[in-house]
Design a protein around this ligand. Structure first.
Ligand code: HPA
Ligand code: ZN
Length: 322
């Protein structure tokens, strides 16, 4: 059996997937039609042709435009069900799914519509799936606090909170109070840091927000003390190879630092981030990395193992997968 087929077939967890980033162009057009929303693109092909990004912000502009077709609970259900079918095909046994409620509540979609639609699709899937509510960091902390309040009636439907959207200029410190409140509520904590932002943002995510995982975090290698600390603490990084290439964090996959992260002893995992926009779901991210970097069988096992170790499954449930 080839290394590629082992990578594809091995049971794995996914820990960094924005559900709005799983919305394929075909579904965007179908939902636009169903909901009578007009899109600034003439066709599926024209939309896909716009997926040429130079940085995070140029992606986010199109990602928020795509999400504008989501209005009814069934839309959120259909989007999530489609992702979970792809995850199942990639032998994903457990996934922790990000969602961005502010992208929808700002358009007048009720919080209940967003959470109930996504959650019901998770319940109907054979894949174990939990939800992480992300705050948009380009908005104010007061907006994040209001969003948390609006979501608390559905506290049983999400396990944690994260921080996403435009990183540079919106450091973790901006969200110190809302994360402290979430910690008191028993929510699990993660944050995007060190994707485009400097190592200082990773330190702040750890020391100010008290996160339990760093999303992306690939710029940690610029700071040796930070790298050592992340390794010693077993602090997981949810790395997204195709995303990093499409958003020009690395010039090409041969330049990606995934192997250096693993060699530094970090609990690095591979994830798809926004698979509909970046050219692939989880197995495509793994295969792209394995095709371009000198990764072997031991790395495949390590990445599969790390994905469960870094998850928010109970210790008993982790053991079943290790
Ligand atoms: N970074 C920040 N915000 C995001 C991303 C990302 O990779 N994907 C969706 N929102
Ligand atoms: Zn992300």
């Amino acid at each position: 059996t080839s290394l590629r087929s082992i990578v594809q077939n091995m049971p794995k967890a996914e820990l960094h997937i924005h559900i709005e980033g799983s919305l394929e162009p075909e579904l965007i057009f179908a939902l636009a039609e169903r909901n009578g929303v007009s899109l600034p693109y003439a066709s599926v092909e024209a939309l896909r042709a716009a997926y040429a990004f130079k940085d995070l912000q140029s992606f986010l502009d199109i990602y928020y435009a795509g999400a504008s077709v989501l209005l009814q609970e069934q839309d959120f259900y259909d989007m999530t069900a489609a992702y979970l079918r792809r995850a199942e095909a990639d032998h994903v046994r457990h996934t922790e799914i990000f969602f961005d409620p502010q992208t929808h509540t700002a358009r007048g979609v009720p919080m209940a519509t967003v959470i109930n639609g996504i959650h019901r699709a998770c319940q109907d899937s054979p894949v174990s799936a939990t939800l992480i509510l992300c705050f948009l960091r380009h908005l104010s902390e007061d907006d994040a606090i209001a969003t948390l309040e609006a979501a608390l009636p559905y506290r049983d439907k999400f396990i944690g909170v994260g921080l996403d959207s435009s990183e540079v200029g919106n450091p973790p410190e901006k969200f110190a109070r809302v994360f402290s409140r979430c910690k008191d509520l028993g929510l699990r904590l993660v944050a995007h840091a060190g994707e485009e932002g400097p190592p200082a943002y990773i330190y702040a995510a750890l020391d100010v927000l008290h996160v339990e995982r760093i999303d992306h975090g690939v710029r940690c290698l610029e700071d040796h003390a930070l790298t050592r600390r992340l390794a010693e603490e077993g602090m997981p990084l949810t790395v997204c190879p195709l995303s990093n290439i499409k958003l020009c964090v690395f010039r090409d996959m041969k330049q990606h630092n995934l192997l250096q992260l693993l060699d530094a002893g970090l609990v690095a995992t591979v994830n798809s981030d926004d698979p509909a926009y970046f050219g692939g779901y989880l197995n495509e991210n793994l295969l792209a990395a394995f095709d371009s970097l000198p990764l072997g069988l031991q790395h495949a096992y390590q990445l599969a193992r790390n994905s469960f170790v870094a998850s928010f499954l109970s210790e008993a449930d982790k053991q079943k997968h290790l």
